[in-house]
Ligand binder design. Structure first.
Ligand SMILES: NC(=O)c1ccc(NCc2ccccc2N2CCOCC2)nc1
Length: 250
Protein backbone atom coordinates (compact mmCIF):
# COMPACT_ATOMS: atom_id res chain seq x y z
CA UNK A 1 0.00 0.00 0.00
CA UNK A 2 1.14 3.55 -0.59
CA UNK A 3 2.14 5.18 2.72
CA UNK A 4 0.59 8.50 3.74
CA UNK A 5 4.11 9.75 4.19
CA UNK A 6 7.41 8.54 2.76
CA UNK A 7 10.81 9.66 4.05
CA UNK A 8 14.00 8.93 2.10
CA UNK A 9 16.97 9.45 4.42
CA UNK A 10 20.45 9.96 2.95
CA UNK A 11 22.89 9.05 5.72
CA UNK A 12 26.28 7.44 6.30
CA UNK A 13 24.82 5.87 9.47
CA UNK A 14 21.54 4.20 8.38
CA UNK A 15 21.63 1.86 11.39
CA UNK A 16 20.89 4.88 13.61
CA UNK A 17 17.37 4.87 12.16
CA UNK A 18 16.49 1.23 12.95
CA UNK A 19 15.52 1.77 16.63
CA UNK A 20 13.69 4.97 15.68
CA UNK A 21 11.53 3.18 13.08
CA UNK A 22 10.87 0.14 15.28
CA UNK A 23 9.71 1.71 18.55
CA UNK A 24 6.99 3.94 19.89
CA UNK A 25 4.58 6.05 17.90
CA UNK A 26 6.76 6.04 14.79
CA UNK A 27 7.37 2.30 15.13
CA UNK A 28 3.62 1.68 15.03
CA UNK A 29 3.17 4.09 12.12
CA UNK A 30 5.87 2.27 10.14
CA UNK A 31 4.49 -1.15 11.11
CA UNK A 32 1.02 -0.13 9.93
CA UNK A 33 2.44 1.18 6.66
CA UNK A 34 1.17 4.71 7.29
CA UNK A 35 4.74 6.01 7.38
CA UNK A 36 7.68 4.61 5.45
CA UNK A 37 11.37 5.36 5.99
CA UNK A 38 13.93 4.26 3.41
CA UNK A 39 17.63 4.92 3.94
CA UNK A 40 20.24 5.57 1.25
CA UNK A 41 23.88 5.33 2.28
CA UNK A 42 26.40 7.23 0.11
CA UNK A 43 28.93 4.52 0.99
CA UNK A 44 26.86 2.09 -1.10
CA UNK A 45 27.55 4.33 -4.09
CA UNK A 46 31.35 4.22 -3.84
CA UNK A 47 33.51 2.20 -6.21
CA UNK A 48 37.00 2.57 -4.80
CA UNK A 49 38.67 -0.05 -2.62
CA UNK A 50 38.36 2.06 0.53
CA UNK A 51 34.75 3.07 -0.20
CA UNK A 52 35.71 6.71 0.32
CA UNK A 53 32.84 9.05 1.30
CA UNK A 54 34.76 12.12 2.46
CA UNK A 55 36.86 14.60 0.57
CA UNK A 56 39.21 17.49 1.31
CA UNK A 57 37.91 21.08 1.32
CA UNK A 58 39.23 23.50 -1.32
CA UNK A 59 41.00 26.36 0.41
CA UNK A 60 42.34 24.03 3.10
CA UNK A 61 41.32 24.21 6.73
CA UNK A 62 40.47 21.54 9.28
CA UNK A 63 38.07 18.70 8.65
CA UNK A 64 36.61 17.09 5.58
CA UNK A 65 33.42 17.37 3.57
CA UNK A 66 31.11 14.66 2.29
CA UNK A 67 32.44 13.52 -1.08
CA UNK A 68 30.17 14.80 -3.86
CA UNK A 69 29.62 11.82 -6.19
CA UNK A 70 28.53 9.20 -3.63
CA UNK A 71 26.26 11.81 -2.06
CA UNK A 72 24.56 12.93 -5.28
CA UNK A 73 24.24 9.27 -6.40
CA UNK A 74 22.49 8.51 -3.10
CA UNK A 75 20.17 11.50 -3.57
CA UNK A 76 19.34 10.33 -7.10
CA UNK A 77 18.61 6.84 -5.80
CA UNK A 78 16.26 8.31 -3.20
CA UNK A 79 14.49 10.36 -5.89
CA UNK A 80 14.08 7.20 -7.97
CA UNK A 81 12.16 5.63 -5.08
CA UNK A 82 10.31 8.69 -3.82
CA UNK A 83 9.72 10.37 -7.12
CA UNK A 84 11.44 13.28 -8.86
CA UNK A 85 9.27 15.83 -7.08
CA UNK A 86 10.13 14.62 -3.59
CA UNK A 87 10.97 17.59 -1.38
CA UNK A 88 14.70 17.57 -0.51
CA UNK A 89 15.60 18.91 2.93
CA UNK A 90 19.14 19.41 4.29
CA UNK A 91 19.45 19.46 8.09
CA UNK A 92 22.10 21.99 9.06
CA UNK A 93 22.90 24.71 11.61
CA UNK A 94 22.59 27.19 8.71
CA UNK A 95 18.99 26.18 8.07
CA UNK A 96 15.67 27.88 8.77
CA UNK A 97 14.69 27.21 12.40
CA UNK A 98 12.05 24.49 12.61
CA UNK A 99 8.90 25.33 14.58
CA UNK A 100 5.44 23.74 14.78
CA UNK A 101 4.21 25.86 11.89
CA UNK A 102 7.06 24.51 9.77
CA UNK A 103 6.29 20.97 10.92
CA UNK A 104 2.65 21.42 9.90
CA UNK A 105 3.76 22.64 6.48
CA UNK A 106 6.08 19.65 6.03
CA UNK A 107 3.29 17.29 7.14
CA UNK A 108 1.37 18.22 4.00
CA UNK A 109 4.20 17.00 1.74
CA UNK A 110 3.88 13.27 1.14
CA UNK A 111 7.40 12.52 -0.09
CA UNK A 112 10.43 14.02 1.63
CA UNK A 113 14.14 13.29 1.26
CA UNK A 114 16.30 14.20 4.27
CA UNK A 115 20.03 14.69 3.76
CA UNK A 116 22.08 14.06 6.92
CA UNK A 117 25.40 15.91 6.81
CA UNK A 118 28.54 14.54 8.42
CA UNK A 119 32.14 15.74 8.62
CA UNK A 120 31.99 19.53 8.15
CA UNK A 121 29.00 19.35 5.82
CA UNK A 122 28.53 19.21 2.06
CA UNK A 123 29.62 21.11 -1.07
CA UNK A 124 27.58 24.29 -1.52
CA UNK A 125 26.87 23.40 -5.13
CA UNK A 126 25.10 20.22 -4.01
CA UNK A 127 22.87 22.39 -1.81
CA UNK A 128 22.20 24.80 -4.68
CA UNK A 129 21.37 22.08 -7.20
CA UNK A 130 19.64 19.40 -5.07
CA UNK A 131 18.29 20.93 -1.86
CA UNK A 132 14.87 22.58 -1.69
CA UNK A 133 15.05 23.65 1.96
CA UNK A 134 17.78 23.91 4.58
CA UNK A 135 16.34 23.31 8.06
CA UNK A 136 17.82 23.68 11.57
CA UNK A 137 16.25 22.11 14.65
CA UNK A 138 17.87 24.67 16.94
CA UNK A 139 20.91 26.82 17.52
CA UNK A 140 23.41 24.17 18.54
CA UNK A 141 25.96 22.04 16.73
CA UNK A 142 25.64 18.25 16.45
CA UNK A 143 28.01 15.67 15.00
CA UNK A 144 25.61 14.84 12.19
CA UNK A 145 22.22 15.51 10.71
CA UNK A 146 20.78 12.14 11.75
CA UNK A 147 19.30 13.25 15.09
CA UNK A 148 17.79 16.37 13.50
CA UNK A 149 16.31 14.12 10.80
CA UNK A 150 14.70 11.91 13.47
CA UNK A 151 13.38 14.98 15.30
CA UNK A 152 11.79 16.26 12.10
CA UNK A 153 10.33 12.86 11.15
CA UNK A 154 8.86 12.37 14.64
CA UNK A 155 7.26 15.81 14.73
CA UNK A 156 5.85 15.44 11.21
CA UNK A 157 4.66 11.83 11.63
CA UNK A 158 2.62 12.83 14.70
CA UNK A 159 0.51 15.03 12.45
CA UNK A 160 -0.27 12.28 9.96
CA UNK A 161 -3.92 11.17 10.43
CA UNK A 162 -4.13 7.84 12.20
CA UNK A 163 -0.64 7.93 13.69
CA UNK A 164 -1.75 9.24 17.08
CA UNK A 165 -4.58 7.20 18.56
CA UNK A 166 -5.83 9.44 21.34
CA UNK A 167 -6.43 12.58 19.30
CA UNK A 168 -7.99 13.05 15.90
CA UNK A 169 -4.49 14.26 15.12
CA UNK A 170 -1.78 16.07 17.00
CA UNK A 171 -2.45 19.24 15.08
CA UNK A 172 -2.66 21.48 18.11
CA UNK A 173 -6.33 21.99 18.80
CA UNK A 174 -7.53 25.57 18.96
CA UNK A 175 -7.42 25.31 22.75
CA UNK A 176 -3.67 25.55 23.07
CA UNK A 177 -2.65 26.49 19.52
CA UNK A 178 0.75 28.08 19.97
CA UNK A 179 0.62 28.04 23.79
CA UNK A 180 2.72 26.03 26.23
CA UNK A 181 1.01 23.00 27.74
CA UNK A 182 -0.72 23.16 31.13
CA UNK A 183 0.55 21.14 34.13
CA UNK A 184 -0.57 17.48 34.28
CA UNK A 185 -1.28 15.27 37.31
CA UNK A 186 -1.93 11.57 37.93
CA UNK A 187 -2.02 9.20 40.94
CA UNK A 188 -1.37 9.47 43.85
CA UNK A 189 -3.61 12.38 44.95
CA UNK A 190 -0.95 13.40 47.49
CA UNK A 191 2.65 12.99 46.45
CA UNK A 192 5.27 13.82 49.11
CA UNK A 193 2.72 16.03 50.79
CA UNK A 194 1.83 17.83 47.53
CA UNK A 195 -1.84 17.75 46.56
CA UNK A 196 -3.44 17.67 43.09
CA UNK A 197 -5.20 21.02 42.29
CA UNK A 198 -8.77 20.65 43.62
CA UNK A 199 -10.42 21.70 40.35
CA UNK A 200 -9.02 18.59 38.62
CA UNK A 201 -10.82 16.37 41.16
CA UNK A 202 -14.10 18.29 40.86
CA UNK A 203 -15.50 16.56 37.80
CA UNK A 204 -16.61 19.98 36.54
CA UNK A 205 -15.34 19.70 32.97
CA UNK A 206 -16.02 23.30 32.01
CA UNK A 207 -14.12 24.56 35.08
CA UNK A 208 -11.33 22.11 34.31
CA UNK A 209 -11.15 23.31 30.70
CA UNK A 210 -10.91 26.93 31.85
CA UNK A 211 -8.33 26.12 34.54
CA UNK A 212 -6.15 24.29 31.99
CA UNK A 213 -6.43 27.12 29.46
CA UNK A 214 -5.56 29.66 32.18
CA UNK A 215 -2.52 27.60 33.17
CA UNK A 216 -1.39 27.32 29.54
CA UNK A 217 -1.74 31.08 29.09
CA UNK A 218 -0.02 31.88 32.40
CA UNK A 219 2.91 29.55 31.76
CA UNK A 220 3.34 30.90 28.27
CA UNK A 221 3.45 34.46 29.63
CA UNK A 222 5.93 33.51 32.34
CA UNK A 223 8.25 31.22 30.35
CA UNK A 224 7.85 32.22 26.71
CA UNK A 225 6.30 35.71 26.44
CA UNK A 226 7.70 35.80 22.87
CA UNK A 227 5.15 33.16 21.84
CA UNK A 228 2.32 35.40 23.04
CA UNK A 229 3.45 38.21 20.76
CA UNK A 230 2.42 36.17 17.72
CA UNK A 231 -0.99 35.24 19.12
CA UNK A 232 -4.27 37.09 18.96
CA UNK A 233 -5.91 36.03 22.23
CA UNK A 234 -9.64 35.46 22.30
CA UNK A 235 -11.69 37.46 24.78
CA UNK A 236 -11.89 34.40 27.02
CA UNK A 237 -8.12 33.84 26.82
CA UNK A 238 -7.36 37.45 27.69
CA UNK A 239 -9.76 37.27 30.66
CA UNK A 240 -8.17 34.05 31.94
CA UNK A 241 -4.68 35.48 31.52
CA UNK A 242 -5.67 38.57 33.52
CA UNK A 243 -7.12 36.23 36.17
CA UNK A 244 -3.86 34.25 36.26
CA UNK A 245 -1.83 37.40 36.74
CA UNK A 246 -4.20 38.66 39.45
CA UNK A 247 -3.71 35.35 41.31
CA UNK A 248 0.05 35.78 41.01
CA UNK A 249 -0.10 39.17 42.62
CA UNK A 250 -2.13 37.88 45.62
N1 LIG B 1 20.93 22.49 14.55
C1 LIG B 1 20.79 21.56 13.60
O1 LIG B 1 19.72 21.30 13.05
C2 LIG B 1 22.01 20.79 13.21
C3 LIG B 1 22.04 20.05 12.04
C4 LIG B 1 23.17 19.33 11.69
C5 LIG B 1 24.27 19.39 12.55
N2 LIG B 1 25.43 18.75 12.29
C6 LIG B 1 25.71 18.10 10.99
C7 LIG B 1 26.00 19.18 9.97
C8 LIG B 1 25.13 19.33 8.90
C9 LIG B 1 25.38 20.31 7.95
C10 LIG B 1 26.50 21.15 8.06
C11 LIG B 1 27.36 21.02 9.12
C12 LIG B 1 27.14 20.03 10.09
N3 LIG B 1 28.03 19.87 11.19
C13 LIG B 1 28.83 18.68 11.15
C14 LIG B 1 29.66 18.53 12.39
O2 LIG B 1 30.34 19.70 12.69
C15 LIG B 1 29.51 20.83 12.86
C16 LIG B 1 28.68 21.09 11.64
N4 LIG B 1 24.23 20.12 13.69
C17 LIG B 1 23.12 20.81 14.02
Amino acid sequence: MTPEKWFGVVSLFPDMFAPFTQQGVIGRAVKSGTVMVDTFNPRDFTHDRHRTVDDRPYGGGPGMLMMVKPLTDAIQAAKKVGGENSKVIYLSPQGKPLDQAGVQRLASIDRTILICGRYEGIDERVIESHVDEEVSIGDYVLSGGELPAMVLMDAVARLVPGVLGHKASAVEDSFTDGLLDCPHYTRPEILDGQKVPEVLLSGDHEKIRQWRLMQSLGRTLQRRPDLLNHLALTEEQQRLLDQYQALLRQ
